[in-house]
Design a protein around this ligand. Structure first.
Ligand SMILES: Cc1cc2nc3c(=O)[nH]c(=O)nc-3n(C[C@H](O)[C@H](O)[C@H](O)COP(=O)(O)OP(=O)(O)OC[C@H]3O[C@@H](n4cnc5c(N)ncnc54)[C@H](O)[C@@H]3O)c2cc1C
Length: 259
């Protein structure tokens, strides 16, 4: 059995600027793609000229049209960040992997708490659309996006501290927890997440089935030093019957294109 995610080729149909930092990509041609139905499901996205994936939440998928919507946060540098803002990329092909999801609402949950930064907004919007429990949201964002979320629940907009910092760990530390069992979902910069999980487990004493805390991105590491992954070139070369020398020449060429 293969452990590799199934991949699908899609075409960038159109883009829409949702805010200064959020860009909507609509990908078409995905007639062989199937949603898992899990509200925070994500796909791996490989953009042209790249071999590394970046992960994006399925904001929506229309199976009849074969169209997938991803909402991409654009930050200072980055593989997807830079490609997504280039002129005239409509019509280009990208690769997306089969989706996977992590949100798992326990049967006894009576409330929902969602905490995240801008990268978590697509998932938080989709969770609110699909889950009817009373919900409270804490969103740490560079600009408020009230119309982005469905009109339900209590939403706290938190200003993002400067320098890529986040105060979400303190927010979670100060939360007043509703009575009875519920479900806590959170996503944001990775370095805070371990401490937050520890807090939920030790101080709040949430059972591990009642929270889901994910590091969506890593700060402070600069642009990826190895932007071209040799794995896919190697596998494709082998499948095409190429010699090792040819495969490494292909790899060098890909890195030169990248530089
Ligand atoms: C399951 C999952 C779901 C996700 N869903 C979404 C989504 O729906 N929308 C979305 O935009 N992102 C989402 N992300 C986060 C996204 O995958 C990362 O932000 C990714 O690193 C962006 O890729 P890039 O190529 O633009 O930048 P990279 O090349 O990965 O990084 C370049 C530089 O930018 C910095 N950086 C990366 N992300 C951010 C950021 N968000 N803010 C500030 N600096 C950053 C890095 O530290 C690095 O220095 C998700 C991640 C996961 C794991």
């Amino acid at each position: 059995m293969s452990t590799r995610a199934e991949q699908h080729t899609a075409t960038l149909l159109r883009r829409e600027r949702l805010s200064d930092h959020l860009l909507r990509l609509v990908l078409g041609g995905l007639h062989d793609f199937a949603s898992t139905g899990v509200p925070d499901e994500w796909v791996g996205l490989v953009v042209p000229g790249q071999f590394q994936s970046r992960y994006y939440t399925v904001r929506s998928f229309d199976p009849a049209a074969g169209e997938l919507v991803l909402d991409v946060v654009v930050h200072d540098v980055g593989l997807v960040t830079e490609w997504a803002q280039l002129d005239g990329i409509e019509g280009q092909q990208v690769v997306v992997t089969d989706p996977k999801g992590s949100f798992a609402l326990p049967d006894d949950a009576g409330w929902l708490m969602l905490v995240g930064d801008l990268t978590a907004m697509p998932a938080m919007a989709r969770i609110l659309e699909r889950c009817e429990l009373p919900a409270t949201v804490w969103a740490e964002v560079p600009e408020r996006l009230p119309s982005y979320l469905p009109e339900r629940g209590e939403v706290h907009w938190l200003a993002q501290p400067g320098d890529g910092q986040s105060a979400l760990a303190e927010v979670v530390g100060d939360l007043s927890w509703p009575e009875g069992p519920g479900y806590f979902w959170m996503a944001g910069e990775s370095s805070q997440m371990r401490a937050i999980r520890k807090h939920l487990m030790r101080e709040v004493r949430l059972p591990s089935t009642h929270y889901d805390v994910m590091g969506y991105w890593r700060g402070g590491q600069g642009r990826q030093p190895r932007a071209v992954d040799p794995g896919p070139i190697w596998r494709a070369g082998k499948a095409a019957g190429k010699s090792d020398e040819q495969i490494w020449a292909d790899y060098d060429a890909a890195r030169e294109e990248q530089a």
